[in-house]
Design a protein around this ligand. Structure first.
Ligand code: 6GU
Length: 233
């Protein structure tokens, strides 16, 4: 998979060199390019923003540098997906992460300030698939941290990035429920014992206990995931 990121803070993305993602990059499974939006400006101050038409607080990113940056990164690839992180986007979910993990080329447009001139999204929509995605109902200063979250959630689903793909199957959200609690040695710690069923060797009883824990935890902290008909994915 090829991932391109366009941002005014390319240094934010140095963390993509570490951990599993760094290994996937070095192994050639994922190829990441980070591009400085200011390299696509032509004035002495490398200006990327201006005041909003219609008035209001804050600054809006001008369309020209975005147009040139996207022309450069997309080149002739009409089979790319442009992802625009924005609190006004569709909520990002594990189901969307699975869809994106099957794609060949993802381009992230990280806006700052009050966003990007909307004509950039409208113009790009005529060339490639565009997804405006939100991490949740709160506001970040820009798209960088959100892009990083999407990249991590997607990249770990790309075959070859995670050593043991079976570990992906039992995670929170993969079956529409939250994960069951996990324990390891010692069996007793600071007066707290591991639930005895987990030491019983009875695999059917363990599976039933874990399922009940998933349902109880989901009902308690995320009842909306259960829906009227029980678990939905
Ligand atoms: Cl994707 N971007 C920004 N700026 N803020 C957010 C967000 C995205 N998701 C939640 N808050």
């Amino acid at each position: 998979m090829r991932i391109d990121v366009i941002t005014i803070f390319p240094e934010f993305f140095s963390v993509l060199d570490v951990s599993l993602l760094g290994k996937a990059r070095r192994g050639g499974v994922i190829d990441v390019g980070v591009h400085d939006l200011r390299d696509f400006t032509h004035d002495r101050h490398r200006t990327v923003d201006d005041t909003p038409y219609g008035g209001g607080a804050g600054m809006v990113m001008r369309p020209e540098p975005w147009g040139e940056a996207l022309d450069s990164v997309l080149a002739d690839d009409d089979d790319a997906t442009l992802i625009v992180p924005t609190p006004a986007g569709t909520p990002f979910t594990q189901a969307i992460a699975r869809e994106l993990a099957a794609e060949k080329h993802l381009v992230f447009a990280c806006g700052r300030y009050e966003g990007i001139d909307h004509r950039v999204v409208d113009h790009a929509s005529g060339r490639v698939r565009v997804r405006e995605l939100s991490l949740g109902d709160y506001v970040l200063n820009g798209g960088e941290v959100a892009a990083m979250a999407v990249i991590e959630a997607v990249a770990r689903l790309v075959p070859g990035v995670i050593g043991n793909p079976a570990s992906l199957d039992e995670e929170s959200h993969e079956d529409g429920l939250l994960e069951y609690p996990s324990y390891t040695k010692p069996a007793s710690w600071r007066g707290l014992d591991v639930p005895p069923v987990l030491l019983s060797g009875n695999h059917a009883a363990i599976a039933a206990w874990r399922r009940e824990q998933q349902l109880e935890r989901t009902r308690r902290v995320r009842p909306e995931l259960l829906g009227p008909e029980g678990p939905v994915d």
